[in-house]
Design a protein around this ligand. Structure first.
Ligand SMILES: [Zn+2]
Length: 90
């Protein structure tokens, strides 16, 4: 069975859990965690890392895009852990 979440669920989970940052992956070069950041009703993707220190790489995203990150992950412990970053239990 495939677990699917919606953008609204991700937003609600982060808000209820009081989570600001959810690490979704690491930079493939410097291995710094890259985050989705909740700012009130909005969400951003922060891809700043040691490799691009001089450039601001905080970009607006939609909650649907945040949900898609989770939905695209193969079923298993890795997906469960990723969902937990957002405050979701799946
Ligand atoms: Zn990097």
């Amino acid at each position: 069975m495939t677990t699917m979440v919606t953008g609204e669920q991700v937003k609600d989970a982060m808000t209820k859990a009081g989570i600001t940052f959810a690490a979704v992956r690491q930079c493939s070069i410097c291995e710094r965690p890259l985050f989705f950041e909740r700012r009130g009703e909005d969400v951003f993707f922060d891809s700043n890392c040691e490799c691009v220190r001089a450039i601001s790489q905080v970009q607006p995203r939609t909650w649907e895009e945040a949900a898609a990150i989770i939905n695209q992950r193969a079923e298993g412990p890795s997906k469960t852990a990723l969902a937990k970053e957002f405050g979701l239990t799946i």
